[in-house]
Design a protein around this ligand. Structure first.
Ligand code: NAP
Length: 297
């Protein structure tokens, strides 16, 4: 690929950071910087998506050929408490970014989530109706629609739970488990909540293929195995030689912890395989790359 300029929003995030870093191997990445640090060595621009003038200035400064939109209010519990901010970032800002992309002829790849599904069965495809249970999922679903309405030539990638190596202080699913186990703290993991976890390198590979191509619309990008949180934690314990007794099984149905998530949002990623020639790496290959501790601030 010619070295195109790619603006990555949310480049300080768990997925956004690792994606920005990895995309830089094949593209000139400009990291959208909000509050937290972005990967070192990358060009960066200040970007607050709640401000139209900040976005316009970031576009002027970065002059991108493409945008990879990772910024979001991605904490489901916080979205429930702050629905207005969730709507502002996940819907309104995404719509504005899409409007600018179309007007400027810039390729847009925007991220969404498996949590747009209600989760009452397994194996969700792009054709299945999305009926989100949470404010987070609802605002991401509205954000998907806004992006595709404003910029029909864009691609929206619904990623599954991110595991493996992340970026910044917040860990990926496998990292937060690993950090607790290494500290000798028990982890309480649902046995009745299923996802298809995916690692950042596999997501980056899908994004690179979308940047090279012109495919539009929804793409599911999930990992090769459908596992519960408890299965994932047991896998982390085994691969990092941590005590399995610290992994405590709990049932979401019987638990009062946080907002209730959908039970099964495992994704079918056949469209990405067929149209992008993409394949996810094995689950263990991602898990083993988890950081042993968070990046220093
Ligand atoms: N992580 C997962 O397991 C997962 C699973 C499914 C889907 N996704 C999706 O993947 C994408 C990336 O997620 P992530 O895990 O990297 O999220 P994250 O770790 O929560 O990071 C969110 C990013 O958005 C930025 N941001 C928040 N408000 C902003 C604003 N007003 N202006 C500009 N930037 C702002 C944050 O910057 P500051 O920190 O500097 O404020 C941060 O870089 C999201 O679309 C998410 O919905 C993630």
């Amino acid at each position: 690929m010619n070295r195109i300029r790619v603006l990555v929003t949310g480049a300080s995030g768990r997925l956004g950071g690792i994606l920005a870093d990895r995309l830089a191997a094949g593209a000139i990445v400009v990291a959208g910087r909000h509050r937290a640090p972005v990967p070192s060595g990358l060009e960066s621009v200040p970007l607050d998506l709640s401000s139209r003038s900040s976005l316009a200035r970031a576009m002027d400064l970065s002059r991108p050929d493409a945008i990879v939109h990772c910024a979001a209010l991605a904490d489901a519990d916080r979205c429930e408490r702050r629905p207005r901010i969730a709507h502002e970032i996940n819907v309104a800002a995404s719509a504005q970014l899409a409007w600018i992309s179309r007007r400027s002829g810039i390729r847009l790849i925007a991220f969404s989530t498996d949590l747009v599904f209600e989760g009452d069965r397994a194996a969700w495809t792009e054709q299945d109706p999305a009926r989100p249970l949470l404010i987070y999922g609802l605002t991401k679903r509205l954000g998907e629609q806004a992006v595709l309405d404003e910029a029909p030539d864009s691609a929206v990638v619904r990623v599954a739970l991110i595991h493996g190596r992340g970026f910044g202080r917040g860990g990926t699913a496998s990292e937060t488990i690993l950090w607790s186990l290494r500290a000798g703290r028990p982890v309480f993991c649902f046995t009745d909540q299923y996802r298809t976890p995916i690692d950042g390198a596999s997501v980056t590979d899908a994004v690179l293929r979308l940047l090279r191509g012109a495919q539009t619309g929804l793409f599911h990008v999930g990992g090769p195995e459908r596992v519960s949180r408890h299965d994932l934690a047991m896998r982390v314990a085994r691969l990092f030689d941590q005590p399995a007794r610290l992994v405590r099984p709990v049932k979401q149905k019987a638990s009062p912890i946080g907002v209730r998530r959908p039970a099964d949002v495992s994704l079918v990623s056949d469209r990405a395989r067929r149209e992008l020639g993409w394949e996810s790496r094995p689950l263990d290959a991602g898990i083993i790359e988890s950081r042993l501790s968070p990046d220093p601030p």
